[in-house]
Design a protein around this ligand. Structure first.
Ligand code: HEM
Length: 383
């Protein structure tokens, strides 16, 4: 049998070469392939780092310094990996907002969206555990604050926290298991990304017009490889600019101080991509309430396909939904800004307003705007 006839090649041919793609996709549709590239870059650089990193509380910090100073191109591999996490989140956030704008999450692509939200959750877990590995001050205190949130759960809270830690504080057992999971989860994400792609190809891509039938299609190769290439090159320039010229800009200077359980930093802040959720957590004065709100902010995304009541998929043609979308985007940026500020006037109040708007958008404004716009569409058709 000729090797080219093996099923694996027909799968690759169907999904990556011949895939019938709507001709009108714009550059925002390139962010999916870009997310795939980010995932591969993170896995490859992560494996290289793991060859020199030591997951022990006495050695982790200096093993990272060893990578930076002694390993050939270790500094490059580390900066590509550390900045890669930020780049991956930028890409995935744009990918998600593209989905929101063009209604790509509505029927028949609900399953595709749900897989996406699971990937997003796993990405957050991976990034959180990765940040603990250099065992700097922010690593240690970030891990302590976030894992401690589970203690808010009534009755079993403290037991869960000790179980997560593998002891009675964030310590060697915690660092070891975080390393193990940080290495493992990206492979789950890779599997899910393949399921994501298969789910996409089952119904076909949405497109900027949001129409389902009668949209002309062409093969993915070579047309969309070339179009995606423009995004890949632009993205690489921005990515490498950070790696070479601002390698620590997106990190926190305190993480260059070795972890010290006896000294608490004045401001414990997570990485920028967690800040909107951190703001929601802190907008509620009660610990349990804050934890519930923070998780609810992500869990609500699972229900999005059913919260959208509109008859028309994309919001380009819907003036109310369109304005609400931009408000939501601005609100998420405000939440991010609030998450990076200290808990005092006026940040607390602004955070509470923004957190309320976030939930109101999904629970009230999205379903209601759909109903109102449907009414206008139907009355226009009747005319
Ligand atoms: C590892 C992370 C991810 C990878 C590698 C990935 C990959 C892709 C790829 C290659 C596409 C097709 C190209 C495109 O439409 O952009 C796609 C489409 C899509 N993705 Fe993702 N994705 C990821 C995360 C997510 C997340 C977190 C969500 C949402 C929560 C999501 C929702 C969607 C939706 C709704 C589509 C369909 C777009 C359409 O047809 O209009 N993805 N994804």
């Amino acid at each position: 049998m000729r090797i080219i006839n093996l099923p694996i090649f027909s799968v690759i041919k169907n999904h990556l070469i011949d895939y019938p793609t709507p001709i009108n996709l714009n550059y925002f549709w390139g962010f999916g392939s870009l997310a795939g590239i980010c995932l591969i870059v993170q896995i490859v650089t992560g494996i290289l780092l793991a060859m020199h990193y030591t997951p022990h509380i006495d050695l982790a910090f200096i093993s990272v310094e060893h990578i930076m100073r002694d390993v050939n191109y270790g500094w490059l591999v580390r900066y590509v990996h550390a900045n890669g996490a930020s780049m991956f989140f930028i890409v995935v956030y744009i990918h998600m907002f593209r989905g929101l704008y063009y209604g790509s999450y509505t029927a028949p692509r609900q399953f595709l969206w749900i897989i996406g939200v699971i990937i997003f959750l796993l990405m957050m877990a991976t990034a959180f555990m990765g940040y603990v590995l250099p065992w700097g001050q922010m690593s240690f205190w970030g891990a302590t604050v976030i894992t401690n949130l589970f203690s808010a759960i009534p009755l079993v809270g403290s037991s869960i926290v000790y179980w997560l830690w593998g002891g009675f504080s964030v310590d060697n057992a915690t660092l070891n298991r975080f390393f193990s999971l940080h290495y493992l989860i990206p492979f789950f994400i890779s599997g899910l990304a393949i399921v994501h792609l298969i789910a996409l190809h089952y119904h076909g891509s949405n497109n900027p017009l949001g129409i389902y039938f009668k949209i002309e299609k062409i093969s993915f190769y070579p047309y969309f490889y070339l179009k995606d290439l423009v995004g890949w090159i632009t993205f690489s320039i921005i990515y490498l600019f950070f790696v070479y010229f601002l390698p620590n800009y997106l990190g926190h200077p305190d993480n260059y101080i070795p972890a010290n359980p006896m000294v608490t930093p004045t401001h414990i802040v997570p990485e920028w991509y967690f800040l909107p959720f951190y703001a929601i957590l802190r907008s509620i004065p009660d610990k349990l309430g804050g934890v519930i709100a923070m998780f609810a902010a992500i869990i609500i995304l699972f229900f999005l396909p059913w919260l959208n009541t509109s008859m028309i998929r994309n919001i380009e043609f819907k003036s109310i939904s369109k304005k609400l979308f931009w408000l939501l985007l601005a609100n998420c940026i405000i939440l991010g800004w609030i998450g990076g500020n200290s808990v005092e006037y006026p940040f607390v109040e602004i955070g509470q307003l923004s957190a309320s708007f976030y939930f109101m958008y999904f629970v009230c404004l999205l379903p209601l705007s759909g109903i109102v716009e449907n009414y206008f569409i139907i009355s226009n058709i009747k005319k």
